[in-house]
Design a protein around this ligand. Structure first.
Ligand SMILES: Nc1nc2c(ncn2[C@@H]2O[C@H](COP(=O)(O)OP(=O)(O)OP(=O)(O)O)[C@@H](O)[C@H]2O)c(=O)[nH]1
Ligand SMILES: [Mg+2]
Length: 251
């Protein structure tokens, strides 16, 4: 596995028994729920896992995951946000925090709680008040250019997934190029190309998660806030450039 998939580590913090809370965000339909099913399939034998889904007006994602049979259905709970998804994962995380804590209490001790955001736009990220680490998911069907456009999730999530690579030949996307563009937008941060039947990529994701869990338990993982702004791409007549608002006040 490449070195760039190592989670960030900061020394001298306390060990913890609390579950690792992992957020999964990304645009509508990129495969967030399917990815959660994949993670559960890959790790449910060795880890105690719980799932919180966020839908705007339904509990459809929770129902999908329960019917996938990857986890005890009781361990999958839905939060109906009733508003723009980022409101509940970033602005006021109360409903999600209650749901996570209740799940942790009911099934103690849990190792991993996966929180799926409702599908949103490229600006949506989780608050570090809710989760310890976050995945941002894109899919090839959304177009190879999306990775290059940047945004906080693409730029600074702990891991970026380029999903549904099996569809690349049908939508004319060069996966290697998309991963290279994403890696540049992330200034070298980890990017994983994945499809739900790609055993090798799933094994890499599994190793990344176990390594992250180990650093979390050792008290050495520091949650990062991707924030609302991140380096992003501006097109111009010379082919465009990556632009950063570093040092400016956040909106
Ligand atoms: N070809 C292909 N299809 C996939 C893959 N993963 C998911 N899908 C399909 O993509 C569609 C959307 O998947 P979901 O997992 O519901 O996506 P989501 O991001 O959770 O969607 P929302 O929660 O509605 O935003 C479904 O039809 C899945 O079967 C994959 O690796 N390859
Ligand atoms: Mg979903």
């Amino acid at each position: 596995m490449p070195d760039t998939l190592s989670p960030e580590v900061a020394p001298d913090t306390a060990e913890t028994n609390r579950s690792l809370r992992l957020g999964i965000a990304g645009p509508v339909g990129v495969g967030k729920s399917s990815l959660i099913a994949t993670i559960c399939r890959a790790l449910a034998d060795e880890l105690q896992i719980g799932v919180i889904t966020n839908d705007i007006y339904t509990d459809e994602d929770a129902r999908f995951l329960r019917s996938a049979g990857v986890l005890d259905p009781e361990r999958i709970r839905a939060v109906e946000t009733g508003a723009c998804p980022h409101t509940a994962i970033r602005d006021d995380v109360t409903a999600n925090l209650f749901a996570v804590e209740e799940l942790e209490r009911d099934f103690a001790p849990l190792d991993l709680v996966l929180v799926e955001s409702g599908g949103d736009n490229l600006t949506a990220t989780f608050s570090p008040a809710l989760i310890d680490a976050q995945l941002f998911v894109l899919d090839v069907a959304g177009g190879g250019d999306v990775a290059r456009k940047g945004g906080p999730g693409i730029g600074r999530a702990d891991l970026l997934i380029v999903n549904k690579t099996d569809l690349a030949p049908y939508v004319g996307v060069d996966v290697e190029q998309m991963v290279a563009d994403a890696t540049a937008a992330r200034e070298g941060g980890p990017v994983l190309a994945l499809a739900r039947d790609d055993e090798k990529a799933i094994a890499e994701l599994r190793s990344w998660l176990l390594e992250l869990l180990a650093t979390h338990r050792a008290g050495q993982h520091v949650p990062q806030d991707p924030g609302p702004m991140a380096p992003h791409f501006h097109a111009d007549e010379n082919g465009g450039y990556i632009h950063s608002h570093e040092g400016e006040h956040a909106h």
